[in-house]
Design a protein around this ligand. Structure first.
Ligand code: C5P
Length: 306
């Protein structure tokens, strides 16, 4: 049996360009991997079976729409072998929370099945298979901090110093990523700026943000955090504004919606600061739970063989 640990992500910059003809948006997406993560185990099995444990297990689809099951089938098809594996997800990443938890499980299943089936697939091939599964899956293989261009799948690792301390406030109920992108387009149309590729400038990575990451400077990073999907997530879930305000009032350096939401991310000065923000958020009644974590951490990796 193989056990793989895989991180969740927060987007420290999520620059959203115009809607493309293929239904995706061009992004300047700076991914940051955090220690809050799932564990996926792969054991010998008959066909592909999938089970899940954890507080949100009931919210995880166990059919072939699950990216972990799809990853196992895709890897087997690539090598021309039968997909025989019993997958189990120990779920800690919020479901439909804007932290790429489903994508993380897809990446972890690729790595776990690759080890179980003794395939030693080269990383560039795993990254290509990951991109077929979804825009956020390749980053979960890499971890660390990386710039994602295209629809988010074309990755360049970025230099980063030290450790940053984060709090994630988990909301009740998820948000659908396509619905949040659609709302972003709707808001742009309503504002008269247009939402197509011709109207929205192609986003680029913010040099101040890249410098803050390279310097390991949380105050500078706090000043540079941006998420072009935040207005759309707040439009669909106005109560998130109360959660963001509660974290800021508790001393967070910055607050933003994580990816397409509804999880809210708070950057703290240090580990103690993060603890204080999490306690205040938990007491505020504006979220279901608050997790203290840190990053960057590595991408999907084998942590156990039995
Ligand atoms: O790639 P993934 O399956 O995770 O994307 C889910 C949905 O999110 C897409 O179908 C699309 O509606 C939206 N999306 C987008 N632009 C991106 C990534 C995702 O519009 N760059």
């Amino acid at each position: 049996m193989i056990t793989v640990r895989v991180p969740a992500k927060v987007n420290v910059q999520l620059g959203v360009g115009g809607l493309r003809a293929d239904g995706f948006h061009d992004l300047a997406n700076v991914f940051f991997a955090v220690a809050l993560g799932d564990e996926v185990t792969a054991a010998p099995g008959q066909g592909v079976t999938l089970t899940c444990s954890g507080p949100d297990a009931a919210l995880v689809p166990l059919d072939d729409s699950n990216l972990a099951a799809r990853a196992a089938r895709l890897l087997a098809a690539h090598h021309g072998i039968e997909p025989n594996v019993a997958l189990h997800i120990a779920k800690a990443i919020p479901v439909a929370g804007g932290m790429a938890g489903g994508s993380a499980d897809g990446a972890a299943a690729l790595v776990a099945c690759d080890a179980l089936w003794d395939l030693t697939t080269p990383l560039p091939v795993l990254l290509e298979l990951a991109a077929e599964l979804g825009s956020d899956v390749p980053f979960a293989l890499l971890g660390g901090v990386a710039l994602g261009r295209g629809r988010g799948e074309l990755l360049t690792p970025l230099p980063v110093a030290g450790t940053f301390h984060w709090v994630f406030a988990v909301a009740d109920g998820g948000l659908s990523t396509p619905a949040v992108f659609r709302e972003c387009d709707r808001l742009r149309e309503a504002a008269g700026t247009g939402s197509g590729e011709a109207e929205v400038p192609t986003p680029d990575a913010d040099p101040a943000l890249l410098a803050a990451l390279a310097a390991g400077d949380p105050v500078a990073l706090a000043g540079a955090l941006t998420n072009d999907l935040q207005a759309a997530a707040l439009s669909l879930r106005p109560a998130l504004a109360d959660c963001l305000a509660a974290g800021t009032a508790a001393g967070a350096l910055a607050a933003l919606v994580s990816g397409s939401g509804p999880t809210c991310a708070f950057l703290a000065k240090d580990a103690l600061g993060a603890q204080a923000v999490a306690e205040a958020l938990a007491a505020s009644g504006t979220c279901r739970t608050a997790h203290v974590t840190h990053g960057p951490v590595p991408g999907a990796q084998v942590i156990g063989r039995a």
